[in-house]
Design a protein around this ligand. Structure first.
Ligand code: CA
Length: 228
Protein backbone atom coordinates (compact mmCIF):
# COMPACT_ATOMS: atom_id res chain seq x y z
CA UNK A 1 0.00 0.00 0.00
CA UNK A 2 1.41 3.40 -0.93
CA UNK A 3 2.08 5.74 1.96
CA UNK A 4 1.09 9.39 1.61
CA UNK A 5 1.85 12.28 3.93
CA UNK A 6 -0.26 15.44 3.77
CA UNK A 7 1.27 18.60 5.23
CA UNK A 8 -1.42 21.27 5.05
CA UNK A 9 -2.38 23.80 7.70
CA UNK A 10 -5.94 24.30 6.43
CA UNK A 11 -7.46 21.64 8.64
CA UNK A 12 -10.58 21.10 6.54
CA UNK A 13 -8.53 20.52 3.39
CA UNK A 14 -6.10 18.23 5.23
CA UNK A 15 -8.89 16.11 6.68
CA UNK A 16 -10.97 15.84 3.54
CA UNK A 17 -7.89 14.92 1.48
CA UNK A 18 -6.95 12.27 4.02
CA UNK A 19 -10.41 10.77 3.85
CA UNK A 20 -10.56 10.78 0.05
CA UNK A 21 -7.10 9.25 -0.30
CA UNK A 22 -7.90 6.56 2.26
CA UNK A 23 -11.03 5.71 0.31
CA UNK A 24 -8.74 5.22 -2.71
CA UNK A 25 -6.75 2.67 -0.72
CA UNK A 26 -3.73 4.71 0.30
CA UNK A 27 -2.22 4.73 3.78
CA UNK A 28 -2.40 8.38 4.80
CA UNK A 29 -1.07 10.60 7.55
CA UNK A 30 -2.05 14.25 7.73
CA UNK A 31 -0.37 16.96 9.79
CA UNK A 32 -1.24 20.63 10.03
CA UNK A 33 2.04 22.33 10.95
CA UNK A 34 5.42 22.58 9.25
CA UNK A 35 7.13 21.31 12.40
CA UNK A 36 5.14 18.09 12.48
CA UNK A 37 5.73 17.60 8.77
CA UNK A 38 9.44 18.24 9.19
CA UNK A 39 9.59 15.68 11.98
CA UNK A 40 7.77 13.02 9.97
CA UNK A 41 9.82 13.37 6.78
CA UNK A 42 12.93 12.89 8.93
CA UNK A 43 11.64 9.83 10.73
CA UNK A 44 9.51 7.93 8.20
CA UNK A 45 9.55 7.12 4.50
CA UNK A 46 6.61 8.06 2.29
CA UNK A 47 5.86 7.37 -1.36
CA UNK A 48 4.17 10.74 -1.84
CA UNK A 49 4.22 13.95 0.16
CA UNK A 50 1.43 16.45 -0.54
CA UNK A 51 2.99 19.68 0.62
CA UNK A 52 1.38 23.05 1.15
CA UNK A 53 3.93 25.83 0.73
CA UNK A 54 2.53 28.41 3.14
CA UNK A 55 2.76 26.76 6.54
CA UNK A 56 3.23 28.03 10.06
CA UNK A 57 6.51 27.04 11.68
CA UNK A 58 8.55 25.72 8.81
CA UNK A 59 7.67 26.62 5.25
CA UNK A 60 6.97 24.03 2.60
CA UNK A 61 10.20 24.96 0.82
CA UNK A 62 12.27 24.31 3.95
CA UNK A 63 10.61 20.93 4.31
CA UNK A 64 11.21 20.15 0.64
CA UNK A 65 14.89 21.09 0.87
CA UNK A 66 15.36 18.98 3.98
CA UNK A 67 13.65 16.03 2.32
CA UNK A 68 15.72 16.27 -0.84
CA UNK A 69 18.99 16.44 1.07
CA UNK A 70 18.55 12.85 2.12
CA UNK A 71 15.88 11.41 -0.17
CA UNK A 72 15.56 11.56 -3.94
CA UNK A 73 12.82 8.93 -4.18
CA UNK A 74 9.81 10.41 -2.41
CA UNK A 75 7.40 12.09 -4.81
CA UNK A 76 6.38 15.59 -3.81
CA UNK A 77 3.23 17.31 -4.97
CA UNK A 78 3.10 21.00 -4.05
CA UNK A 79 -0.11 22.87 -3.23
CA UNK A 80 0.06 26.59 -3.84
CA UNK A 81 -2.11 29.68 -4.24
CA UNK A 82 -2.38 31.14 -7.73
CA UNK A 83 -0.97 34.55 -6.84
CA UNK A 84 2.27 33.10 -5.50
CA UNK A 85 2.75 30.35 -8.03
CA UNK A 86 5.56 31.86 -10.08
CA UNK A 87 7.87 32.89 -7.22
CA UNK A 88 7.26 29.73 -5.37
CA UNK A 89 7.66 27.41 -8.28
CA UNK A 90 10.80 29.17 -9.50
CA UNK A 91 12.26 28.64 -6.04
CA UNK A 92 11.63 24.93 -6.14
CA UNK A 93 14.55 24.25 -8.44
CA UNK A 94 13.49 20.80 -9.41
CA UNK A 95 12.82 19.48 -5.92
CA UNK A 96 9.11 18.86 -6.43
CA UNK A 97 7.43 16.52 -8.90
CA UNK A 98 4.18 18.29 -9.59
CA UNK A 99 2.13 21.14 -8.24
CA UNK A 100 -1.52 22.09 -8.02
CA UNK A 101 -3.01 25.52 -7.67
CA UNK A 102 -5.69 25.98 -5.02
CA UNK A 103 -8.59 25.58 -5.22
CA UNK A 104 -8.30 22.29 -7.09
CA UNK A 105 -10.66 19.44 -7.93
CA UNK A 106 -9.96 16.33 -5.86
CA UNK A 107 -10.50 14.16 -8.94
CA UNK A 108 -7.61 16.01 -10.58
CA UNK A 109 -5.43 15.53 -7.50
CA UNK A 110 -6.14 11.80 -7.50
CA UNK A 111 -5.27 11.60 -11.19
CA UNK A 112 -1.99 13.44 -10.61
CA UNK A 113 -1.04 11.11 -7.76
CA UNK A 114 -1.75 8.06 -9.93
CA UNK A 115 0.41 9.53 -12.71
CA UNK A 116 3.24 10.32 -10.26
CA UNK A 117 3.22 6.84 -8.78
CA UNK A 118 3.24 5.29 -12.25
CA UNK A 119 5.85 7.61 -13.72
CA UNK A 120 8.20 8.16 -10.79
CA UNK A 121 10.45 11.19 -10.51
CA UNK A 122 11.13 13.30 -13.56
CA UNK A 123 13.36 16.26 -14.28
CA UNK A 124 10.99 18.31 -16.35
CA UNK A 125 7.91 18.91 -14.28
CA UNK A 126 7.34 22.49 -15.27
CA UNK A 127 7.53 21.81 -18.97
CA UNK A 128 5.06 19.87 -21.07
CA UNK A 129 5.86 18.82 -24.62
CA UNK A 130 3.74 17.12 -27.21
CA UNK A 131 3.85 16.96 -31.00
CA UNK A 132 6.04 20.06 -31.34
CA UNK A 133 4.11 21.90 -28.64
CA UNK A 134 6.20 23.18 -25.77
CA UNK A 135 4.47 24.60 -22.69
CA UNK A 136 6.42 26.34 -19.96
CA UNK A 137 4.20 26.05 -16.89
CA UNK A 138 6.16 28.67 -14.93
CA UNK A 139 6.23 31.52 -17.46
CA UNK A 140 2.99 30.23 -19.08
CA UNK A 141 4.45 30.62 -22.55
CA UNK A 142 3.52 28.22 -25.31
CA UNK A 143 5.37 27.43 -28.53
CA UNK A 144 4.81 25.11 -31.42
CA UNK A 145 7.86 24.19 -33.49
CA UNK A 146 9.63 27.16 -31.91
CA UNK A 147 6.91 29.62 -32.91
CA UNK A 148 5.32 31.54 -30.02
CA UNK A 149 1.57 31.03 -29.56
CA UNK A 150 -0.42 33.99 -28.26
CA UNK A 151 -2.80 32.31 -25.84
CA UNK A 152 -5.15 33.80 -23.28
CA UNK A 153 -4.81 32.52 -19.74
CA UNK A 154 -7.84 30.25 -20.17
CA UNK A 155 -6.55 28.91 -23.47
CA UNK A 156 -3.23 28.12 -21.82
CA UNK A 157 -5.02 26.24 -19.03
CA UNK A 158 -7.11 24.38 -21.58
CA UNK A 159 -4.07 23.41 -23.64
CA UNK A 160 -2.20 22.26 -20.54
CA UNK A 161 -5.16 20.12 -19.57
CA UNK A 162 -5.43 18.57 -23.03
CA UNK A 163 -1.70 17.84 -23.20
CA UNK A 164 -1.74 16.25 -19.75
CA UNK A 165 -4.56 14.01 -20.99
CA UNK A 166 -2.91 13.36 -24.39
CA UNK A 167 -4.21 10.29 -26.19
CA UNK A 168 -7.30 10.15 -23.99
CA UNK A 169 -10.77 11.59 -24.48
CA UNK A 170 -11.55 14.82 -22.68
CA UNK A 171 -15.25 15.52 -22.31
CA UNK A 172 -16.91 18.90 -21.90
CA UNK A 173 -18.00 17.70 -18.46
CA UNK A 174 -14.37 17.15 -17.42
CA UNK A 175 -13.40 20.58 -18.70
CA UNK A 176 -16.36 22.24 -16.97
CA UNK A 177 -15.47 20.51 -13.70
CA UNK A 178 -11.70 20.93 -13.73
CA UNK A 179 -11.20 24.25 -15.51
CA UNK A 180 -14.42 26.13 -14.74
CA UNK A 181 -15.07 24.41 -11.38
CA UNK A 182 -18.67 23.80 -12.49
CA UNK A 183 -20.20 20.51 -11.44
CA UNK A 184 -23.64 21.04 -12.93
CA UNK A 185 -23.79 20.64 -16.68
CA UNK A 186 -25.21 23.55 -18.59
CA UNK A 187 -25.59 24.18 -22.31
CA UNK A 188 -24.36 27.80 -22.08
CA UNK A 189 -21.09 26.60 -20.54
CA UNK A 190 -20.74 23.91 -23.22
CA UNK A 191 -21.02 26.68 -25.79
CA UNK A 192 -18.35 28.74 -24.00
CA UNK A 193 -16.06 25.70 -23.94
CA UNK A 194 -16.64 25.14 -27.66
CA UNK A 195 -15.77 28.76 -28.43
CA UNK A 196 -12.54 28.53 -26.42
CA UNK A 197 -11.72 25.23 -28.07
CA UNK A 198 -12.28 26.67 -31.57
CA UNK A 199 -9.96 29.60 -30.81
CA UNK A 200 -7.35 27.33 -29.31
CA UNK A 201 -7.47 25.02 -32.31
CA UNK A 202 -6.96 27.98 -34.66
CA UNK A 203 -3.92 29.11 -32.68
CA UNK A 204 -2.19 25.77 -32.27
CA UNK A 205 -3.15 23.93 -35.48
CA UNK A 206 -4.07 26.32 -38.28
CA UNK A 207 -0.54 27.11 -39.46
CA UNK A 208 0.77 23.59 -39.11
CA UNK A 209 0.27 20.61 -41.43
CA UNK A 210 -0.25 18.10 -38.64
CA UNK A 211 -3.39 18.67 -36.56
CA UNK A 212 -3.18 17.81 -32.87
CA UNK A 213 -6.55 18.82 -31.43
CA UNK A 214 -9.43 16.68 -32.64
CA UNK A 215 -13.15 16.86 -31.89
CA UNK A 216 -14.86 13.53 -31.41
CA UNK A 217 -18.57 13.92 -32.09
CA UNK A 218 -20.71 13.00 -29.10
CA UNK A 219 -17.68 12.51 -26.85
CA UNK A 220 -15.54 15.62 -26.64
CA UNK A 221 -11.95 16.24 -27.60
CA UNK A 222 -8.64 14.45 -27.88
CA UNK A 223 -5.09 15.67 -28.23
CA UNK A 224 -3.25 13.25 -30.45
CA UNK A 225 -0.94 13.00 -33.39
CA UNK A 226 -2.69 12.14 -36.63
CA UNK A 227 -0.96 8.82 -37.26
CA UNK A 228 -1.72 7.46 -33.76
CA1 CA B 1 -1.34 27.12 4.01
Amino acid sequence: MHKILIIEDEIKIAHSLKQILEEEGYSVQAVVTGEEGFFLINTEVFDVVILDLMLPGRSGLEILEALRRRDQQTLVLILTARDTVEDRILGLDGGADDYMIKPFATSELLARIRVLLRRGRSEQIFRLQFGGLDLDLVTREAHRDGQALELTSKEFDLLTYLVRHQGRFVTRGMIARDLWQETTRATPLDNVIDVHMARLRRKIDKDFPEKLLHTIRGVGFIMKKEES
